[in-house]
Design a protein around this ligand. Structure first.
Ligand SMILES: [Zn+2]
Length: 848
């Protein structure tokens, strides 16, 4: 990828022209939609440039006029330029676009007979000529003409008639928040009264068949609206809030002003078709998109380098919301599992980039775990450092000072500096420095004083060899020999490369509990032993560190099994049995304690300690460990399974969800002992998808579920979202040597449709997370994925580019596998007319 295509943060210049008002008329037609725009421009007093450039791609310009005079702009495949007055003027244009053939799913496209849009980040330029950048904010008035019963856009409806509707959004917004939907849709209506007493109409719009799957999403929306009022003091600002479900969608959901558009998998749920995990995810995503109304829409990003400004903050807000709804301990563990699984591996490979990148070719490639999840960790650290009250004051100031503006990370940090008097210059490195800091800790004790000695070091990442020390909030507690807490949690603020902290007046050497609540996104190294880990698992008062101690025991055992051929550690198995019997512990928490660290996590840990991970050995160790757990717990499992029974009817509330999580973890071990009898019984009796699908997964994993798999397909053939699960599961649990073959045969199934991102991801996302199957030494999975990425690229570059990350850890493995993966990456890169999205990703993976 030539550097000439790169865009740099340092090159930012303000727009030459600003927009006050936009009027758009859409004359909908599947293959030839006309878009008529009337835009009021004025010269930007903050810009020296008077070059008038409008973005535009895949548009056919029919006519253009300035102040009513026809004009003849210079058009390229990126946009147009024209001579304009040095004073306010009105631009008019008519363009033709082809939504039917728009398989990239950016701009305006047709999905199952329904028109919808996706404009973030740069899709609006596929709708009409416009300064398609987030720092141009304007009010939009939209008229839609089309022979479909439901015609929606942003803001409030102003007028409608047979075959047309008009909308006005009074809040200035950037073009990436524009949305239009037209289709034969049904609505699930409700209302919400804001704290100042304004009534807001709420709707979830779906295809007629899905109308019975909206109730949960609606409840989640109302809870989110209430939570943002209670916790952040933010009220909704229009008379109407619409959510629409669409089947073909590249992302999870989109926060368009007043008209959120959702991937149907992230909003539709009924007990029969959605699992507990689906319900939780839907609640979180509805909250996330709703919270964007203030953090993203009312205050937006100056440019796309600031993406973490809206995403990091909004993820942090949705995580807090879920914690409030469902329990903070379990939520934090799940978030850290996600962070380590996705973000740490990104940080440790060729795709590592700062939370605020310095350059990009395609912004679509930067909707990453680093921007979202590490971005959220950075906000969490800021809150930990300044305290809850000061955080609240800083956020109030942020909303007051920047409402209606497009701002930067500097503006965001300035608000905290002004509200708290703190200097955040060093803290700002979290936004500019890539990589996960490694925090090494040693301790000593003498004369009643206990000292912790910390050392931080961030490994080099592509383009950043030398790193500076970061500000690390390290939450620490100390335990006495009997398990009592002798020092409650304190937050130590580390700012130097090496730093020590002492605790006085301790009669004996305590056991430290370090990085409580995972207070900073770092890799913690401490030379410790399993006695101390078992002690913390039994006694730590911090939910996160208690769980972490159990996970460290499991990981230590697995690593020794892989490297030395050791047997599963009996100390770990006995400690696990002990905590599983502890009925004072929340079932959801116990379910997390039962989970084995992922095979990818073990591979990464081996790689970091100088070993070459063998995916097959890791897989076998994980299997042996699971079998050993089943044996060790065989007396406890049937009892625990029975205790976790949840009475009908199904409820997605936290308590029954936790019970089913533990019951499911127990069932997977029981299946190793009883040949699948219990799982078959559960499959037959299940009245909800969590238990039906959980049982099916256990049976397939034990290679004894062929009959149920066929029955499952027949039962759910009509439901796209359930059939996505059917596709994904078969690949996810396939034995290593069979995974590629199963994935390949599924692509030949009549229901496989590569144009549907959910279906494509169901098969190939599952293949890439089946670690031993993906890395099968034959290279069959590598070849299969590369074949399909090459096929998908001309259809949907965005989804193709994202799926290339399956190869991001290629350098971890042995020479044979490296050569196989490199060959596939080079084959993709050599493809004629490869999109810039995919080309940028593959180049970075190969060369980073
Ligand atoms: Zn978001």
């Amino acid at each position: 990828m030539p550097d000439s295509q790169k865009i740099y943060l340092k090159d930012y210049t303000p727009p030459a022209y600003l927009v006050d008002t936009v009027h758009l008329t859409f004359k909908l037609s599947p293959k030839s939609t006309r878009v008529i725009s009337k835009i009021r421009f004025r010269p930007n007093p903050d810009s020296d440039s008077r070059e008038f450039f409008l973005h535009g791609e895949h548009l056919t310009l029919i006519r253009a006029a300035i102040d009513g005079q026809e004009c003849d702009p210079a058009v390229t495949d990126k946009g147009l330029t024209a001579q304009v007055p040095d004073a306010p003027f009105t631009w008019e244009a008519e363009v033709e676009i082809n939504p039917q053939d728009n398989t990239a799913l950016e701009g305006l496209y047709v999905s199952n007979g329904m028109y919808c849009t996706q404009c973030e980040a740069e899709g609006f330029r596929r709708i009409t000529y416009y300064p398609d950048r987030p720092d141009v904010m304007a009010t939009f008035t939209v008229r839609i003409e089309g022979d479909l019963p439901v015609l929606l856009s942003n803001g409030n409806p102003t007028a409608s008639g047979d075959g047309w509707a008009e909308w006005h959004d009074p809040w200035p917004k950037p073009s990436y928040l524009f949305a239009l939907v037209a289709g034969d849709l049904r609505n699930h209506p409700d209302t919400f009264t804001t704290k100042s007493g304004r009534k807001v109409d709420l709707n979830i719009w779906v295809r007629p068949d899905d109308i019975d799957k909206c109730a949960f999403g609606m409840e989640a929306l109302k809870k989110s609206m209430k939570w943002d009022e209670d916790v952040y003091g933010r009220e909704y600002d229009l008379d109407l809030f619409n959510i629409v479900a669409v089947d073909d969608f590249n992302m999870g959901a989109m926060e368009n002003k007043g008209l959120n558009i959702f991937n149907s998998s992230c909003v539709l749920a009924s007990p029969e078709t959605a699992t507990d995990a689906n319900f939780e995810r839907i609640e979180a995503i509805i909250a996330h998109e709703y919270f964007h109304n203030w953090t993203g829409n009312r205050i937006t990003c100056r440019d796309w380098f600031q993406l973490c400004l809206k995403e990091g903050l909004t993820v942090f807000r949705d995580q807090s919301f879920t914690g409030d709804m469902r329990g903070h301990g379990v939520k934090r563990i799940n978030d850290v599992l996600q962070l380590r699984g996705r973000q740490f591996s990104e940080d440790q490979g060729p795709l590592a980039h700062p939370v605020r990148p310095d350059s990009f070719v395609e912004i679509n490639n930067f909707y990453t775990a680093t921007i979202y999840e590490k971005g959220a960790e950075v906000v969490g650290m800021l809150k930990r450092l300044v305290g809850d009250d000061a955080y609240g004051q800083a956020l109030d100031l942020y909303f007051e000072r920047h409402d209606g503006q497009a701002v930067t990370i500097e503006d965001w940090l300035k608000v905290f500096e002004d509200a708290t008097g703190r200097d955040l210059i060093q803290f700002k490195r979290w936004y500019s420095q890539a990589g996960t800091p490694v925090l090494t800790v040693t301790d000593d004790y003498s004369d009643g004083t206990y000292t912790l000695n910390f050392k931080q070091e961030t490994p080099p990442t592509p383009g950043q060899d030398v790193k500076q020390p970061q500000v690390l909030p390290i939450a620490v507690g100390l335990l006495g020999a009997n398990g009592d807490e002798v020092q409650k949690t304190v937050v130590l603020e580390m700012t130097k490369a090496e730093q020590s902290f002492s605790f006085d007046g301790l009669p004996a050497k305590p056991v430290p509990s370090i990085l409580r609540g995972f207070s900073a996104p770092v890799v913690l190294h401490r030379d410790t032993d399993n006695t101390e880990r078992a002690f913390l698992l039994a006694h730590d008062t911090d939910a996160f560190n208690k769980w972490e101690a159990g996970r460290d025991l499991a990981k230590d055992s697995l690593l020794r099994m892989v490297t030395d051929g050791a047997a599963p550690d009996t100390g770990y198995l006995k400690a696990l049995a002990h905590v599983l019997r502890d009925n004072t512990l929340d079932p959801a928490y116990r379910a997390l304690l039962m989970r084995t660290p992922s095979q990818d996590d073990i591979a990464q840990t081996l790689y970091e300690s100088g070993h070459t991970p063998d995916p097959l050995r890791i897989y076998r160790a994980a299997e042996t460990m699971a079998q050993a757990k089943a044996q060790e717990l065989q007396d406890l499992l049937p009892r625990l399974y029975a205790e976790m029974h949840t009475p009908a009817p199904y409820s997605p509330n936290p308590e029954p969800v936790g019970k089913r999580a533990l019951q499911g973890a127990v069932l997977s071990l029981l299946t190793r002992l009883d040949g699948g009898d219990q799982a078959r019984a559960q499959y037959g009796a299940a009245d909800n998808m969590t238990q039906q699908f959980g049982a099916l997964a256990c049976l397939l994993d034990a290679e004894t579920g062929a009959k149920e798999l066929a029955v499952f397909y027949d039962q759910w053939a009509h439901d796209r979202l359930v059939i996505d699960k059917w596709f994904g599961l078969q690949v996810a649990v396939a034995a290593p040597e069979k995974a590629a073959g199963i994935a390949d045969s599924l692509t030949k199934h009549a229901d496989f449709d590569m144009k549907n991102p959910n279906r494509f991801r169901a098969v190939f996302g599952a293949l890439s997370i089946n670690a031993a199957g993906f890395h099968d030494a034959s290279g069959a999975s590598y070849r299969l994925l590369a074949d399909w990425l090459i096929k998908l690229d001309p259809v949907n570059p965005q989804t193709t580019a994202r799926m290339t990350t399956a190869f991001q850890s290629w350098r971890r493995y042995d020479e044979g596998r490296q050569a196989l993966m490199r060959a596939e990456l080079e084959r993709i890169l050599a493809t004629e007319n490869l999109s810039s999205d995919t080309s940028e990703m593959v180049s970075r993976i190969l060369n980073g």
